[in-house]
Design a protein around this ligand. Sequence first.
Ligand SMILES: C[S@@+](CC[C@H](N)C(=O)[O-])C[C@H]1O[C@@H](n2cnc3c(N)ncnc32)[C@H](O)[C@@H]1O
Length: 400
Amino acid sequence: MSELEAIIRAEIERAGPITFARFMELTLYHPQLGYYVGGEGGREPVGWAGDFFTSGDVSPLWGWAIAKQIHQFWQALGAPARFDVIEPGAGRGLLAAAVWRYALALDERWAAALRYTLVDRAAPDAPLRARRAARLDAELAAIPAPPDAVCWADNLGEAASDGPITGCVVSNELVDALPVHRVAIHGGQLAEVYVALDERGAFAEWLGEPSSARVASYLDAYGVPWRGYGEGWRAEVCPLAEDWMREVAGIVGEGYALTLDYGASARRLYTRERPAGTLMAYARHHLSERPLARPGQQDLTAHVNFSALARIGAEAGLCVSRYTTQARLLRALGAPEQAEQLAARLFPHADSERHTDRGQADYLRRATLRNALAALLDPRGLGGFRALIQRRVEEGFEKR
Ligand SMILES: C[S@@+](CC[C@H](N)C(=O)[O-])C[C@H]1O[C@@H](n2cnc3c(N)ncnc32)[C@H](O)[C@@H]1O
């Protein structure tokens, strides 16, 4: 039995069944042993050598497009002399490097205004964080970005310790990694799914009353007609995502939040057609059906309720300026045209010298670039991710 498994079992033995959110908190974020802290071996969980990849792994085109979007935010704010980008859930810092590459190549004034802060729960003293920071520093030095191009913070409050920012908070696949509660219809009532120990001492599901009024009323708050769904219907609810959005709104003084993730509006997420919810476990690029297995060694994730982010943001003055798919956003930002320009520049012999080695190599590399773009735009894959842009609005009128 792993050390983390023993810690979770001890907590259940001591206090009784724990919510799935607590289980997820411990498996993903235990300060020394959690999955996103690097687990017991300190390994990198994200990327081709890890358990799952994200858009930034697929192609630099993604980072280029998101950097362009952030640059447009700066322009829309009137090109302020200081522009903060705060990235919660920054992971390896792929986007930070892309933003700096874009700024230094295309707009020196923006580069001079840019302050980039990465926020991640992988603790500062975790070997994983140190390795990520060293890798990012080397990449930034090669661009070359200024020595103080990025800084790291442990939470949003620390990232905005000077007060609310002018700029944006951008995140990719962060909200899907926030601990969720699981609810289920049981005897016509809404029950919560807890994690308990079975008679053999293994982790097992246990149904009980909702652990809080917030969990109990969450689906009703978003108008989900769950009472009409059948016995056994399940879903994940994430009050933490609401808290996170409120915190984001609290640090954006002037500017934007851009949230990229898989998910949908409450109306599309919590349907009769999804009777088992959206909880997924990932290990080594395989989907697992066993979320309670191997704590700390597999990712746990659930689709994001974008209605919650939109509603909580609006309550705090961050109003939706665009809600779309990643594919549409990338197209609007010109990713397909950028891919063809890059291909023409980097692989000039792809058409003219197909009979030579050089021409064949260019032809293959261009195909790889085009395939990567297709993956980013695939509506059944990364292209189907949602992109939510919210903007600070004061007292019913936009500042600019
Ligand atoms: C799925 S990974 C995505 C990493 C990166 N954004 C990417 O696209 O490759 C989610 C990341 O969010 C971090 N995370 C989770 N909860 C967080 C929180 N409340 N604040 C900051 N980071 C958090 C995790 O440690 C993890 O690195």
